[in-house]
Design a protein around this ligand. Structure first.
Ligand SMILES: *[C@@H]1O[C@H](CO)[C@@H](O)[C@H](O)[C@H]1NC(C)=O
Length: 588
């Protein structure tokens, strides 16, 4: 169930921050002692050079109701400089932060160093305190005997009171840390899975709610920091799969309001590599490219943050209901139908649809047009979700009431049949605001009135209208003899046909249809060539193609070993060159 031992994220962690019960907090918030954290990857922040470089993140998160960033760290040579900037910016912006030690990198033998790091940062004003104790978390830490989070050893080394909520699991290795040694646990299981860190199947399906139950039963009243994540798509050479996204962001928030855990951690603020960022767009120059620009650039997700805002407010108020103060249609969709993308781990769990969450002050009529498919839904006041079969072309979203247009918008990305390189990330937008001339609904006259506008509890979810219309016809990708097998190298820039039948029939090993073909590599000045061995999934005569180094990767050492270089990627980061996952020689 957890995302991983060998993979997962470039860094993750969780956090929390805030309010009343924490003695260092100067923020006065109306809340029920709940804490909302967001996972923040330090490993792609080498480029930042001042506390001010963190201000935008701090302000934006705070405005959304997030209390703290969980600063996921490894052991890079720039880690301390970045932690100091982040702590300073948090203090300057009335935010909180805490460290999330990434136990893909920290080792059992390093508990003293982990404790020492905490004693160094715990006293800073930006530190999240819970019940007067310095809050800390982890990513992983109980699944590899050499990389165990040892709560007692860390406490001893820190020399200050700690509130420890690491990413331990109900079934993890327990010889380092017993349940009695921690204050709570953070779960990474923000997506339905097969229980083995891949998308679920009909036979093996561990849902987010199954995982919540396992955690709360195990924790028996200790703090549960629940995960909330909108999406998951990653396509590094070392890790390439998708978890079911679709309407997860809507479903999960309703699940969270019903469950009402003490803390939650949004996964993530800025992990572009796994496509679950809800903070700044990937285009910002304030992070290094870990290779994920291929699928994250041009795919804003801040509409998801906007959608979460009323849910965060409800969660922190201990409410099961959200309150809507402005009409909005939050929409998202992948850039291409599945069939255009070919085989990809987990892709069958995604639907070819355009998704819309209506946040309405009063009932209205929502019209969604995806290419040639148009559907209109009667939407109630509050939050409700819809989906329409994906059609290529423009995507439009409109709200009307009593026949009069309230607002409309065209999605900033057209859906096409071009899935090369493969991209299963989501484009997210918000339609709102262009209705100034429309008479405001009665409730708007008294913005602070507690009009019970929208309700979306888990129970209410059952009544959510989810129309699943007929799929539009989708052209299958045309495979020509000179094309590589779909989904192979994101960086194919030229194609060189092999001489016909250069491999004998006996040398062709059976492969799964659509699988990446085995490759051999040769390298020459600045370019390396991957030559695919012809397989049964390739058209006759297919085989060779050249790949140039087209992507420069400058992220942290966290790229090793979880995100080793993929085809076409050149290393420009710190340290020696990471391994290539596909066995290819490095680009120069
Ligand atoms: C897993 O179970 C959930 C809840 O019943 C369901 O919505 C989802 O479709 C299932 N996933 C698969 C792949 O069967």
């Amino acid at each position: 169930m957890r995302t991983s031992t060998t993979s997962v994220a470039l860094g993750l962690l969780a956090a929390a921050a805030n309010a009343a019960p924490f003695k260092t907090s100067t923020v006065k918030r109306q809340d029920a002692g709940k804490i909302v954290a967001a996972h923040f990857m330090i490993g792609i922040m080498q480029v930042r050079s001042s506390a001010a470089d963190y201000d935008d993140d701090m302000k934006k998160a705070k405005a959304a109701g997030i209390d703290a960033f969980a600063l996921n760290i490894a052991k890079d040579d720039y880690t301390d400089a970045q932690l100091n900037y982040a702590y300073e910016s948090a203090a300057n912006n009335d935010m909180k932060v805490f460290i999330s030690f990434d136990y893909n990198y920290f080792e059992t033998s390093e508990s003293d160093a982990v404790g020492a790091k905490l004693s160094e940062y715990c006293g800073k004003p930006g530190q999240l305190m819970v019940e007067g104790k310095c809050f800390a978390s982890s990513f992983n830490g109980d699944n590899d005997p050499s990389k165990l989070f040892n709560a007692n050893a860390i406490r001893a080394a820190a020399g200050t009171d700690l509130y420890l909520v690491p990413n331990l699991t109900p079934t993890g290795i327990r010889d380092a840390t017993a349940l009695a040694d921690i204050d709570g646990a953070f779960s990474w299981n923000g997506w339905d899975s097969n229980g083995a860190n891949r998308a679920p199947t009909a036979e093996s399906n561990v849902t987010t709610s199954d995982s919540d139950s396992a955690y709360t039963e195990w924790l028996a009243g200790k703090t549960y920091m629940a995960p909330v994540s909108p999406w998951f798509f990653t396509d590094f050479a070392s890790k390439a799969w998708v978890f079911p996204g679709d309407l997860l962001w809507f479903r999960r928030w309703n699940e969270i309001l019903a469950l009402a855990p003490k803390m939650l951690e949004i996964i993530t603020w800025n992990d572009y590599g796994e496509s679950h960022y809800v903070g700044s767009d990937s285009e910002t120059s304030l992070h290094n490219d870990d290779g994920s620009s291929a699928w994250a650039n041009g795919f804003p997700h801040d509409g998801w943050l906007e959608m979460a805002q009323p849910y965060i407010a409800a969660f922190k108020a201990g409410s099961k209901e959200i309150s809507v103060t402005e009409d909005k249609l939050v929409y998202w969709y992948r850039p291409t139908p599945k069939a255009a993308c070919g085989a990809f781990d987990g892709i069958d769990t995604l639907q070819d649809a355009v998704f819309v969450v209506a946040l309405l002050q009063s009932a209205g009529s929502v019209t969604v047009t995806s290419g040639g498919n148009t559907q209109t839904f009667d939407a109630p006041a509050g939050a409700s979700a819809y989906q329409v079969a994906m059609g290529t072309g423009a995507q439009t979203f409109a709200l009307s009431r009593n026949g009069a247009s309230v607002l409309s918008a065209t999605g900033g990305l057209e859906i096409t049949e071009n899935c090369s390189p493969i991209n299963l990330n989501a484009f997210v937008g918000v339609a709102k605001g262009n209705a100034a001339s429309v008479p405001a609904p009665a409730a708007a006259a008294s913005p602070s009135a507690d009009v019970p506008q929208v309700i979306l509890s888990a129970a209410a979810l059952a009544s959510v209208t989810i129309a699943v219309p007929v799929l539009s016809a989708v052209a299958l990708p045309v495979v020509t003899p000179t094309e590589p097998a779909s989904s192979f190298a994101p960086a194919v820039t030229s194609v060189a046909p092999l001489p016909p039948s250069s491999a004998s029939a006996s040398s062709i090993s059976p492969v799964t249809p659509g699988a990446k073909p085995p490759v051999s590599v040769s390298e020459a000045a600045g370019t390396f060539t991957l030559t695919a061995t012809p397989t049964s999934v390739q058209a006759p005569g297919a085989g060779g193609y050249k790949v140039k180094c087209t992507a420069t990767v400058t992220a942290s050492e966290q790229i090793r070993p979880t995100n080793c270089l993929g085809a076409g990627q050149a290393w420009a980061g710190v340290g020696d060159v990471p391994d290539r996952c596909d066995g290819a020689a490095k680009c120069s």
